[in-house]
Design a protein around this ligand. Structure first.
Ligand code: ATP
Ligand code: MG
Length: 383
């Protein structure tokens, strides 16, 4: 495909709708050429609004939107060199797949030969060459979605904007299309900006993920950074499935060691924590500890580990409340003291509701958040 640079910059972009509601507040983001940027966040957090402002379908109330050194706030959508794919792929029912893809070039009166070359190239990339003569009603959901994408990319836009393009597809097809989109991004050399509230899509597709809440960016980072260093409790709970467990506790210093005391049955020695030195500022304070379900192990799993791996793992007596077998893994629901928690463990686990067992919590992988504002203690400056 032909390619052109696409760098996008959003500077202090705010959207206030006519009723006064501020849907997006002071949004700042630099998007580099060829990035696969994901906007993710709960319903109503302003993802579509932001995407629509980039596309020019909504006007920004404040701030600047730049595409490749051009201020585009007052540039018409069609002149922004962007393409958008929506959840409800709008195909022309009476036109063949070929014409649905070719349409935007036909109205621009490009030479027939050039249009034909480009339709076939796009069809090859999307693997729909054998469908070109069909009409939309004779296509599956995933095939329709590909045609809609074909229609969007044939113009060789600087960036492809997608608003939950897979949310109408069933789970299996979504999985397939997710892989297809990743391949497409590699082949196209185009910037992708993609809205979803599916965090699997976000984590697997995004080169960078922008986590939003209430119209504000919480964190814009690589999937790995979001997973390992969430800036606050909201991001920590939003990224990862099942979600991170949270426990309140008080940081204490005894026997020259730091401990987290989370009620009667749970004391965690913090010696192996990566943020140990920061936690010394929290002595006698309450913090929220976060531990991901995948960082809690069965006794059998613990026994199989080497000595080095076992370091920092803390035994906790718990009561199993439920278990769900999800193919290759088990989701174990349990109670530890006052807390209802979740562990992701191996498929061989057969514990039943009511059983008392010992689980091992990996304190090396615990996260800690300020109990008030929810900021990760890594980022907190205690004043
Ligand atoms: N035309 C409008 N007038 C007033 N408020 C609006 C308008 N359009 C959207 N909103 C509000 O702005 C907020 C952000 O909406 P937006 O569609 O951007 O959310 P979203 O993150 O895309 O949500 P979803 O995941 O449900 O699609 C919501 O609270 C919504 O109700
Ligand atoms: Mg939306």
């Amino acid at each position: 495909m032909g390619r052109s640079m696409a760098q996008l910059e959003l500077r202090n972009v705010t959207k206030r709708y006519e009723n006064g509601f501020e849907a997006v507040s002071n949004f700042n983001l630099d998007i580099q050429d060829k990035e696969f940027i994901i906007f993710v966040g709960p319903s109503g957090c302003g993802k579509s609004t932001t995407l629509r402002m980039i596309a020019g379908l909504e006007e920004a109330s404040e701030g600047e939107i730049w595409i490749d050194d051009r201020l585009v706030n007052y540039v018409e959508p069609k002149d922004r060199d962007l393409s958008m794919v929506f959840q409800n792929y709008a195909l022309y029912p009476n036109m063949t797949v070929y014409d649905n893809i070719a349409f935007s070039l036909q109205v621009r009166r490009l030479p027939k030969k050039e249009i034909d070359n480009r339709v076939r190239e796009v069809a090859r990339i999307l693997e729909i060459e054998n469908l070109l003569d069909r009409r939309p009603k004779d296509l599956s959901g995933g095939q329709k979605q590909r045609v809609a994408i074909g229609n969007a990319i044939i113009r060789r836009p600087k960036a492809l904007l997608m608003d939950e393009p897979l949310s109408n597809l069933d789970a299996k097809l979504r999985g397939q299309m997710r892989v297809e989109l990743a391949k497409l991004h590699e082949r196209l050399d185009t910037t992708f900006i993609y809205v979803t509230h599916d965090q699997t899509e976000a984590m697997t597709l995004g080169t960078r993920i922008v986590v939003m809440k209430d119209g504000r960016i919480q964190q814009a980072d690589t999937p790995k950074m979001l997973y390992e260093h969430p800036v606050n409790r909201f991001v920590a709970g939003f990224i990862g499935s099942p979600a991170m467990n949270f426990l309140e506790g008080v940081v204490c210093c005894e026997e020259k060691k730091l401990w987290l005391r989370c009620g009667a049955r749970m004391d965690f020695e913090l010696t192996w924590c990566s943020v140990y030195s920061v936690l010394t500022d929290y002595i006698a304070k309450t913090v929220t500890a976060g531990i991901r379900p995948e960082d809690i192990y069965l006794e059998e799993e613990y026994r199989k580990m080497g000595q080095e791996e076992q370091k920092g793992l803390k035994a906790v007596k718990v009561t199993v409340t439920a278990r769900e077998l999800l193919g290759a893994e088990n989701i174990l629901y349990f109670q530890a003291g006052e807390n209802d928690l979740i562990a992701k463990v191996g498929p061989e686990c057969a514990y039943r509701s009511g059983e008392e067992i010992t689980l091992y919590f990996d304190t090396k992988r615990m996260h800690f958040f300020d109990a008030g504002i929810g900021m990760n203690v890594e980022r907190c400056e205690l004043g």
